[in-house]
Write a protein that binds this ligand. Structure first.
Ligand code: SAM
Length: 224
């Protein structure tokens, strides 16, 4: 079965499970149980999800010694891409046990090889061992679910290595989302990053439907 056919068959199963679980937003926020496993499958196979995760990894331009942290890794697509790109060590936290299992399966070989460390935790309670410093910290369609996101971003800034950067991706998934929705999401991310003390902001757009936006920023203020 090719990828497109497999995705179509999978989508039919997803519709059936979602008919039993109407809490679609809650499932995206904190995937749990059977519906959470279906969500993990969809996130790992939906072409636009895969593209936006591959894209952010290409924007990060990681080097072989780089230590990278992902918040809200979901089924671990970006983690796998980072390993393929040669990142030194990839750390990830996600508060969903279902996603931790899915991402751990997808990256089992790299975890065994000591190149990936994943755990179940919320961004507001980052556990010991994940202090950094990190050369890059990123999140894809996750920040919208964080409590007090500007405060979380300020805490993450403290975990960046000198010269390190952050990348926050948003692809609006609300019904009827358009390129305007993506532009508004980018402006909101830019405001949050400035409020959290980041500088040198740069916004990139990936042409999907609707577009994905990525706001990248540096952790350190330039010398006065
Ligand atoms: C829409 S999914 C995106 C998953 C993945 N980044 C992707 O693009 O395929 C959002 C993810 O963020 C995680 N998440 C939401 N709030 C979180 C929090 N406070 N701390 C850690 N992870 C969180 C969810 O469990 C979920 O796996």
């Amino acid at each position: 079965m090719n990828a497109a056919v497999e995705y179509g068959v999978g989508r039919a199963g997803i519709a059936a499970v979602r008919a039993l679980d109407h809490d679609v937003v809650g499932q995206a926020h904190h995937p749990r149980g059977a519906a959470g496993r279906v969500n993990a499958w969809e996130m790992a196979h939906r072409p636009s999800n895969r593209q936006r995760n591959q894209w952010v990894v290409s924007l990060l331009g990681v080097q072989p010694c780089d230590q990278v942290l992902e918040i809200g890794f979901g089924p671990g697509v970006a983690v796998a891409e980072l390993v393929r790109s040669g990142a030194g060590h990839v750390y990830g936290i996600d508060h969903s046990d279902v996603m931790l299992r899915a991402a751990s399966r997808r990256n089992a070989a790299a975890i065994r090889a000591g190149r990936v460390t994943l755990t179940s935790a919320s961004v507001d309670q980052i556990p010991p061992g994940f202090e950094g410093p990190f050369d890059a910290i990123f999140a894809v369609n996750s920040l919208g679910f964080w409590p007090a996101p500007a405060q979380r971003l300020a805490e993450l800034r403290e975990r960046l290595a000198p010269g390190g950067s952050v990348a926050i991706v948003s692809q609006p998934r609300c019904p009827g989302a358009t390129a305007d929705t993506s532009r508004s999401a980018a402006r909101r991310l830019e405001d949050l990053l400035r409020e959290a003390g980041f500088t040198q902001l740069r916004t990139e757009t990936l042409s999907l439907s609707p577009p994905a936006v990525c706001v990248m920023a540096a952790g350190l203020r330039p010398p006065a």
